[in-house]
Each structure stands twice: as C-alpha cells, then as structure tokens.
Design a protein around this ligand. Structure first.
Ligand SMILES: [Zn+2]
Length: 381
C-alpha cells in the first residue's frame, strides 16, 4: 500500500525533471507553486492540465489558479520564455526537496490527465480505519486493521469468553488481596470507553504476586457472559506486575440500586473526548466498589481491545454489584455498545471459587447476593 502511495509522485517528478532539462518555463511554474504564497490554491483535487502554450504569459500566477479541465495536452516542447529572477535556482531547490521527501506535492501542469491523476493519486490516511465496535472498524475486522492487531484475528486465547458452568473447575482458590484506598482520580473519555486512573495508586496481590493498578474502565453491556447471562455493564480493573504481565479484575454490574462509586465518577464525566478531568477534591475507593463476596472465575485470556495482546490473567468476580438504570443510561449515551463479542475458548480451562474467597462473606448467603440471584452459586447451595 505504501509503495503504491509513493509511486504517483515519482512519475510527475520525472516529467518535471525532463521539462526542467528542456528549460521550459512550464515546469518552472509547476515547481514554484509549492514555494510562494500562491500555494494555497494547490488543492490536491485541483488538477490543472493547462495547455502548455498558454503558460508562458502566466509567470507570476500559480498554475492551480487556471481552472482548465480539458484533455491533457502533451507537454509542450519547451516554450522559450524566461521569467524574472532566477527560476532555475528555485526549481533545483524545489526538486531537491521533493526528492528528499519534503515540500508540498504540487502536481500541476505535468500533463497527467485528470482521470489518470485521480486513479494514481494516493489518499493519504484516508484508508486508515480506526478500530471501533461497529462498521468497517468493527471487531470482525480488528485483525485486518494493523499488523499489530493480528492477535485479534489469529489469537487462540482471546477475551472475552462465555464462562459456562460445565467448563469450570470448582476449587478453593487463593484469595485476591486488594490494596485499594480512598484516592483522587482522573477520568477520561478515551474514544472507546470511560477510563479512570487512581492518582494515589492501588494494587492487587495473588499468590504473592503483586500487580499495580494501571487504570479501570467500563463496557456496556458486560463483555463476559457467565452461565448464559450477560450483565448490563462491567468494570475492568487493569493491573500490571513488575514483569509487565497483566491481570484484569472484572466487576460485573447488574441493574439495581444506585451505585455511589459510579455516581461519583459519572458526576465528573468528561464531555469532550481525550481530555482527562482531575476533580480537585472528589475521591473514590475501589475497595468499596468490589462485591462483598470475592469469589471469582479465573482464566487466561487477552486484552479485549486491539492489540488483543494475550497472556492476560483474568479474574472475573462471580458476584455482581448493583448499578441503577439511570447510571447505565448515562454511560450508554456515550457508549451504547462497546463490548467485544465473546471469543472461542479453544478448550481453555476456567477455575471457579467454589465458595466465597477470603475477605468475602462466609458461608451464610450475603444479603447483596440474595437480592441478586442471577449468578448460580458455584458448587451448589
Ligand atoms: Zn475492558
């Protein structure tokens, strides 16, 4: 693609060089259009194959100003007319710059027909497709957008997945130690989701491995499907250890009471994309956002957005937390659907806490859980 993009510049340039050698003013004007203030007239689409004989009189005028749209004339055999000043120096300079890849590309008066020119002219950046959740840049095409996104198409351990009861290894899993506390935060609409950074840091530790909190963000609906159910939203708490390995904690959100933690964030929701807001005094505490029952599902997967990097350890909290319909509505006004479809599990195993992990509610069912019977308790009961 890049080769094709460069080729069109070469030929007109060659033509101009030839004309320059012929001493034609024709080419002198073509090149000088890139330098003087008259250049703004040189829109890429304004192809002006001005008949060569008309050119000699038009010395100070940029060729682009001539709205000729006729058939392309063959370049004139060098009409002899010498403009004021020393055009040759300007020509040499402009051509040198162009060869070096600098300078504006002004392809006027080179005898290229409008049709041919249109066909050859590159459309820089026009074909750049940005990843998204629908349309040309949608999840089915992520792997084609960039070589760096190949894992999105070819990866064998992609996320999210549907976590089915019959695929779970129900075990006594080690507790995740969460080290979150009250913190100021920054919040940004990054163009794909609402992302929050904890200004005072946070971390999770599992099996002695400490992962620092990098950021957390939201999806609507939830990307994970658990025992056939897709929740209304999910928060992904992204952590990284000192080796650069990622661990993501997913907190599922289900419709219910208003969530104070969410409300604090939403109260500071940015209205402009990519402009982070740092509320001067507001604080949040992720520890209070987590469900009381810390039982989780654990599997190995990937980032759910390009570049879909694998090797991500997922910890999906089994118990959802509540969020009000109004709060979901606020998010959906920005992102009605920013969930990647579930990916093939390819036989991956999913571990499941068979009872609330340490730090959760003991054997008695937690009040919050009884109010939300949506997730069957792993291991019966
Ligand atoms: Zn996510």
């Amino acid at each position: 693609m890049q080769n094709q993009a460069k080729r069109p510049f070469v030929r007109p340039l060659t033509a101009m060089l030839a004309l320059t050698l012929a001493g034609g003013l024709f080419s002198a004007q073509a090149v000088s259009a890139a330098a003087p203030p008259a250049a703004p007239a040189a829109q890429p689409s304004a192809v002006a194959p001005v008949p060569a004989p008309a050119m000699p009189k038009a010395a100070p005028v940029a060729p682009a100003a001539a709205p000729a749209v006729g058939p392309a004339p063959t370049p004139a055999p060098g009409p002899v007319a010498v403009p004021a000043g020393d055009p040759n120096e300007a020509i040499r300079k402009a051509i040198a710059e162009r060869i070096a890849g600098k300078g504006e590309v002004v392809l006027k008066s080179t005898g290229v027909t409008p049709a041919a020119n249109t066909a050859k002219r590159p459309a820089p950046k026009k074909h750049t497709v940005h990843w998204a959740y629908e349309g040309e840049g949608g999840p089915h095409n992520w792997g084609k957008i960039s070589k760096q996104y190949l894992a999105c198409a070819n990866g064998k351990n992609q996320s999210p997945i549907a976590i089915e009861a019959d695929s779970q290894l129900k075990l006594d899993l080690p507790a995740i130690e969460f080290d979150y506390r009250d913190s100021r935060f920054s919040i940004v609409d990054n163009g794909h989701t609402v992302e929050v950074k904890y200004l005072e840091g946070g971390a999770m530790t599992i099996l002695g491995q400490r992962y620092e909190l990098v950021q957390f963000h939201f999806h609507r609906p939830a990307e994970e499907v658990v025992n056939g159910k897709r929740y209304d939203m999910v928060a992904h708490l992204v952590h990284k250890n000192s080796k650069g390995q990622l661990a993501v904690v997913a907190v599922l959100l289900t419709l219910g009471e208003e969530n104070r933690f969410i409300q604090t964030l939403w109260n500071h929701m940015p209205i402009e994309k990519k402009k982070p807001i740092e509320p001067p005094t507001a604080k949040i505490d992720l520890a209070k956002f987590l469900p009381a029952n810390k039982a989780y599902f654990h599997y190995m997967g990937s980032l759910t957005t390009p570049p879909c990097t694998e090797g991500v350890a997922w910890y999906v909290m089994q118990a959802p937390v509540e969020v009000s319909a109004g709060q979901v509505e606020v998010f959906s006004k920005m992102y009605a659907n920013n969930a990647r479809p579930t990916q093939r599990t390819n036989g991956r195993l999913v571990k499941a806490s068979r009872a609330p992990a340490d730090g959760g509610v003991a054997s008695a069912p937690a009040p919050a859980m009884t109010a939300m019977p949506r997730i069957p308790r792993a291991g019966g009961q």
